[in-house]
Design a protein around this ligand. Structure first.
Ligand code: P6P
Length: 336
């Protein structure tokens, strides 16, 4: 790839248009859709940054489809994304962690051609203690045409390999957005002074042989034996040794894994026998990002992006990170 002039200032909009030009068939619609996501991210981060000052902290009196108490910021972030995407004219179906069913979007011409699945505010349980949270998104093209008569399920329940784009925004010490359209992973930092996401790094690669593992070890006793064995190995001098980091917001833990290497995992546990994380709007988009950066994402046996979904909110075990680490865990799981 041609080296950029280090003095060049590239916004995410310019980058998306450049990416688009590489796909002659791509219309401007895609960049128009992604700019709806960056707009939503700018609005959400402004609220997240002031959470302690305005009455936006704390819980609502409602639970989401998973029986999890919704935070006020969950509802706010969900509404903002809906409003920023539903009127773009090119979205047909929206699916959110916070809503039980997909939203069918109507426009003058019928239904737009894109499907956007999202976790509006991942890690929201951490908001009240000022720990990084984030937004995760996954974009598909509809597989149906004409009127949507099945509640959008055929268009939503696609394997992750069909994703056109995926990414996340992590609201941390700075607001960073990562996205991929299948041509590498690119990072942007929000410049609060201008409200623009500026290119920070492109074609990011996950470090090989990372020495960080990230898992909630409180669940250790109910992990599959292969996972327990790998963690025991990782703690030995022979292994490195590894260090452990666990933030409790998947978007922050996966972002660190992308930058520093290693592995993030949420195995099946006694409390979550199918895993806790959701396939469609957490595991799949993060799998697309990490695979594009040279890593792997599996459920312990199968490539996450090849899983054929049966419902919008289905959960999955997740092992995601550097090829060596994820492969080693899978080998131990295979031994039983
Ligand atoms: P636990 C946040 O609630 C979340 O969905 C992910 O962001 C995070 O990785 C996981 O749950 C943390 O779960 O059981 O370790 O608190």
């Amino acid at each position: 790839m041609a080296e950029r002039d280090p003095d060049q200032i590239i916004t995410i909009q310019q980058h998306i248009i450049e990416q688009q030009r590489k796909h002659p068939t791509a219309s401007g619609e895609f960049s128009w859709l992604l700019s709806g996501i960056t707009l939503a991210a700018s609005i959400i981060q402004a609220k997240v940054r002031r959470a302690g000052l305005i009455n936006i902290l704390g819980e609502t009196d409602t639970d989401n489809v998973h029986g999890e108490r919704q935070q006020k910021l969950d509802i706010f972030a969900n509404q903002i994304i809906e409003r920023c995407l539903a009127f773009r004219g090119n979205v047909g179906v929206l699916g959110s962690e916070e809503l039980p069913e997909p939203i069918i979007v109507h426009s003058r011409e019928g239904h737009g051609k894109y499907v956007v699945l999202f976790d509006p505010l991942d890690g929201s349980g951490n908001i009240d203690v000022n720990v990084s949270v984030g937004t995760i998104f996954s974009i598909y093209e509809r597989v149906t045409s004409g009127p949507i008569t099945d509640g959008g399920l055929k268009d939503v329940l696609q394997p992750g390999v069909n994703q056109l784009a995926a990414g996340y925004i992590v609201y941390g010490s700075s607001t960073v957005m990562a996205y991929t359209t299948g041509d590498g992973v690119h990072l942007f930092t929000l410049d609060p002074a201008t409200g623009s996401f500026m290119l920070a790094d492109e074609h990011v690669r996950i470090p090989e042989n990372g020495k960080i593992y990230s898992v909630n070890e409180a669940n250790f006793d109910s992990f599959p034996k292969g996972v327990q064995d790998w963690i025991h190995w990782a703690r030995t001098k022979e292994a490195g040794p590894f260090t452990s980091r666990y933030i409790g917001s998947m978007v922050a833990d996966v972002h660190r894994t992308l930058i520093k290497g290693g592995v993030f995992m949420y195995p099946a546990t006694a409390k979550s026998p199918k895993g806790k994380l959701r396939l469609m709007y957490e595991a799949n988009p993060m799998a697309f990002i990490i695979e594009q950066a040279g890593g792997l994402a599996t459920d312990g046996k199968n490539r996450i992006m090849e899983r054929v979904p049966t419902e919008l909110h289905e959960r999955t075990p997740l092992f995601i990170g550097g090829k060596h680490e994820v492969t080693a865990i899978m080998e131990r799981l295979a031994r039983g």
